[in-house]
Design a protein around this ligand. Structure first.
Ligand SMILES: [Zn+2]
Length: 118
């Protein structure tokens, strides 16, 4: 299950972000996952719940936003929404070689508590 390695990566970034922002506890995470990553949100949630135990992010809510897969046709420069991994331009039939979006896996927001707040 590749969600496990994604969560592992994610938790490392969360840990770093929390330290940089002096958070003692992380309460919420927001992630943008491109369709190319082929993540299953339910599995992500499950892996996160298990793997965040004992970390700063234990009990935090995980929000996953899916980013559509889009590619550009080199011939007609058209940007095509790729569905079911069919990388062909509907106008000229050429292969789509340039991915515009859908590869990302970004942590867009981390919310949490600072220990020194009153
Ligand atoms: Zn084309």
């Amino acid at each position: 299950m590749h969600e496990t390695s994604i969560i592992e990566e994610l938790l490392a970034i969360v840990q770093r972000t929390a330290e940089e922002n002096r958070l003692v506890r992380v309460t919420g995470l927001s992630v943008r996952a491109g369709e190319m990553r082929a993540v299953v949100p339910e599995l992500m949630q499950e892996a996160f719940t298990v793997m965040s135990r004992g970390t700063l992010a234990e009990g935090a809510t995980l929000e996953i936003e899916s980013v559509p897969l889009k590619a550009r046709c080199r011939t007609c420069r058209r940007i095509v929404r790729v569905e079911q991994f069919a990388f062909f331009c509907p106008r000229c039939g050429k292969a789509l070689s340039e991915i515009v979006s859908g590869k990302e896996l970004d942590l867009v927001q981390v919310t949490g508590d600072k220990g020194d707040s009153p």
